[in-house]
Design a protein. Structure first.
Length: 497
């Protein structure tokens, strides 16, 4: 009501800004910004995070945003996302045509061409745009540049010189060179998180220089598909990054020497993810002996790891809580038993395609890992009912169970889980052909906290149970918190629709 604007009259800017900070969605903030000019200005001041698509005319877009949002500390730019306004439901065809015409008008004005033969560079964030970003967002602490392939070392050097408070930098898919990374290391002394996935232009020189420059502050490092980064870089990390807590490596050019250097030089390491085909038990033994604070270990596609490595981890990494073993064909029940007896604080376990791990190995998890809350078994043909019977008896805190293509697991296993793990909240089953109605009835009777159920390609549901509706009734009456996101599928399985 005109003349009765009590909110704007009584509330100072600081109070309204604090209210805006508590809004939980972008849509709510956008709605508030439309109330009046004052709220528009204040809402812009309250923004600390921006997500930008790097297609359309990102350089200009970044310049416009920098004038409007002065307090932004986190920016995410993804070359795969579009800057253009998304089509809304209910929008008339004519409105969309107008948007397309406006876009074509801009491109024509930008390039002087109407036949689409415009310069492709206008679609990609360039060094000029990155320079504008650095000028406009001097308070920047977190920057993600995803697949921004038109950025070079020049842009990164400009960014480093102007955004000295940078703490997190993601360069996934950016073709930057050693000079740019060295500049970041020299100037950004607060850098804690660095992601170098698919940075094909980098070599050991750049990463070594960065480690020398800001290694003391670095806590998280990710390297993947950087063909010119070798053990030399990891040796520098081990020597200078004493505070490193998280390391993710995906490279065929990394060997035991590099992993051993990190294990020996980074005593605070808590998270280690490895997908390095040339790394063997020798490196994993070093991890078990040196990384006593390790909490998460993920091993992917290792053909040279054996139970010897897991024995070392079980013996030394007593704080391990999260373990992923994926396509590690030479690991067996003995290795998993070593983990179970040594790492009794384990809460999350995923076994994917490790064909030599069977029932006996998982039984040991049920006996010794009483705090297990999430278990995922994928393509584990040798794990049978007895394994989950033991998990049901021992792991009373289990909240999530994922089963994919486990042909030896049937209703007896699910019944045991339902009766023993009554705090179960998530149950996902796919291609487990021996699991039928009896298991689901047990879940409905005992797991009152269940909120998520996914059943895919499990042919025995509803076929051998009479009456079919009785099974669904148990489920409906027992799991009061269930959201029924998959209700139609469930009704189909039980023959109700």
């Amino acid at each position: 009501m005109r003349g009765h604007d009590r909110i704007n009259t009584c509330l100072p800017d600081e109070v309204i800004l604090e209210i805006f900070r508590h809004l939980d969605s972008k849509a709510s903030r956008d709605a508030c910004s439309l109330v009046c000019r004052r709220w528009l200005t204040l809402e812009r001041l309250s923004r600390t995070t921006l997500r930008i698509g790097a297609s359309g005319s990102p350089d200009l877009f970044v310049k416009l945003l920098s004038r409007r949002f002065a307090n932004v500390k986190s920016i995410h730019i993804d070359e795969r996302l579009s800057v253009s306004i998304p089509v809304q439901h209910g929008r008339r065809r004519g409105d969309q045509s107008k948007l397309s015409a406006l876009q074509l008008h801009y491109l024509t004005k930008k390039t002087g061409s109407e036949d689409g033969q415009f310069q492709s560079e206008s679609y990609y964030l360039s060094d000029s745009g990155l320079n504008a970003l650095a000028d406009g967002f001097s308070k920047l602490e977190k920057l993600s540049l995803i697949w921004c392939s038109n950025i070079s070392s020049l842009g990164l050097m400009s960014l480093a010189q102007k955004c000295i408070h940078l703490k997190s930098l993601d360069l996934q898919g950016c073709y930057v060179g050693d000079q740019g990374l060295a500049a970041v290391g020299k100037v950004c002394n607060q850098l804690e998180d660095l992601n170098l996935r698919f940075c094909e232009g980098l070599t050991d020189t750049g990463l070594v220089d960065l480690a020398h420059g800001c290694g003391k502050s670095l806590k998280s490092l990710g390297i993947a598909a950087c063909v010119k980064i070798t053990d030399v870089s990891l040796e520098a990390v081990g020597s200078h990054c004493k505070s490193l807590e998280t390391l993710s490596l995906d490279s065929e050019f990394i060997h035991n020497k590099g992993v051993h250097a990190v294990a020996q030089g980074c005593p605070l390491l808590r998270v280690l993810k490895l997908q390095c085909i040339n790394v063997t038990d020798e490196a994993l033994v070093a991890v078990g002996n040196q990384c006593l604070s390790l909490e998460l270990l993920a091993l992917y596609s290792f053909q040279q790891f054996t139970d010897k490595g897991l024995h070392a981890v079980g013996k030394g990494c007593k704080k391990l809580k999260n373990l992923t073993l994926s396509d590690c064909y030479f690991l067996s029940d003995m290795g998993l038993e070593a983990i179970a007896t040594g790492c009794k604080e384990l809460t999350h376990l995923e076994i994917n395609g490790c064909h030599n791990i069977g029932t006996m190995g998982l039984e040991s998890i049920g006996k010794f890992c009483r705090n297990l809350t999430e278990l995922a078994l994928l393509y584990c043909q040798r794990i049978g009912n007895l394994a989950l019977l033991e998990v049901g008896r021992g792991c009373k805190s289990l909240q999530a169970l994922h089963l994919v293509d486990c042909s030896s697991i049937g209703d007896d296993a699910i019944c045991s889980i339902a009766e023993g793990c009554q705090n179960l909240k998530k149950l996902h089953i796919r291609r487990c052909y021996k699991i039928g109605n009896n298991g689901i009835v047990a879940v409905g009777e005992h797991c009152n906290s269940l909120t998520e159920l996914s059943l895919r390609f499990c042919d025995r549901y509803g076929k051998f149970f009479s009456p079919q509706l009785h099974s669904y009734s148990h489920f409906h009456l027992g799991c009061l918190l269930f959201k029924f996101a998959n209700l139609r599928d469930i009704l189909c399985w039980f023959g109700i629709i």
